[in-house]
Design a protein around this ligand. Structure first.
Ligand code: OAD
Length: 256
């Protein structure tokens, strides 16, 4: 069922997209790769190939070496702020405007979907642009950045931390509940740029399929999910998503 990104979108898929009352999309780091941001698990270039997540992305890492963790996230925050949304992000924002009902579920923390214009969005793993108090969880808009230490909460004095989900932490309950409901209720789920290895997000495609949705994977490479989708569109999301959008605009007529 694999389909080359530069070949037309299959007619049956374009028709199903055009007929769908509720479309959801689940995105991962791959959709931001064409904006120049590193993914996590790709050999050589992935962040987890170059950095140890146990030293950087767990509560115990923060307790042990808060400065190292703070600085690593500050570095990634700067990279995200300097990056620009790409054609894939923009096509999803446009799909939201065109389709009767659309929910974007992202594992990404880079904020590029919002900057591309997506509004109906659930962030499963937080947002690197936000900072919160490590004790009270309150979001902090402004903080002093001391040169040699981690900033502290002005109200309680605890260390500040990025508002992202670390390993060993639970996802925001509301966001997960919305994502799970969308998987159960949607007619089509687009799974874009994710290795589909990190749960609970990785369980959403199977849930959608079990509820009768058409599941479409968009990824240049095969993943553990590939054998269990209705369509696997093999190509970069910056090319495939605009093609999918074009197929909708063409009323499904550009395909065989
Ligand atoms: P991964 O790094 O695990 O997977 C990225 C996927 O993107 C791979 O399957 C690539 O083949 C694919 N990819 C690469 N370039 C692409 C492109 N141009 N277009 C489309 N796909 C492309 O990243 P995630 O699945 O997002 O969690 O990782 C899930 C979670 O693991 C992250 O949210 C993060 C990480 O640990 C936390 O930090 C909590």
């Amino acid at each position: 069922m694999a389909q080359n990104a530069f070949a037309p979108v299959p007619r049956a898929l374009a028709d199903a997209l055009g007929a769908a009352r509720y479309v959801a999309a689940l995105t991962g780091a791959g959709i931001s790769a064409e904006s120049g941001l590193a993914t996590f698990r790709e050999a050589q270039t992935g962040l987890w190939a170059r950095f140890d997540p146990r030293e950087l992305a767990t509560p115990s890492a923060f307790a042990k070496n808060p400065k190292l963790v703070w600085e690593w996230y500050a570095w990634r925050r700067e990279q995200a702020a300097a990056a620009e949304p790409n054609a894939g992000h923009r096509a999803l924002a446009e799909l939201e405007r065109r389709l009767p009902r659309f929910l974007l579920i992202t594992q990404n923390v880079d904020g590029l979907h919002q900057r591309a214009g997506s509004r109906n969005l659930v962030e499963l793993h937080g947002n690197i642009g936000r900072v919160k108090c490590s004790r009270e969880g309150t979001i902090v808009e402004r903080w002093d950045a001391p040169r040699d230490s981690v900033p502290r909460c002005a109200s309680c004095g605890a260390l500040l931390r990025p508002d992202v989900v670390w390993f060993e932490e639970t996802l925001p309950a509301d966001a997960l509940a919305q994502a799970e409901a969308a998987a159960r209720e949607c007619d089509m789920l687009l799974v874009i740029g994710t290795s589909a290895e990190v749960y609970p997000a990785a369980a959403l495609p199977a849930s959608a399929r079990a509820s009768g949705a058409t599941v479409v994977e968009i990824n240049p490479h095969a993943t553990p999910l590939s054998a269990r989708v209705d369509y696997a569109l093999r190509g970069p999301s910056g090319a495939v998503l605009p093609a999918l959008l074009a197929s909708l605009e063409a009323g499904g007529s550009g395909a065989k």
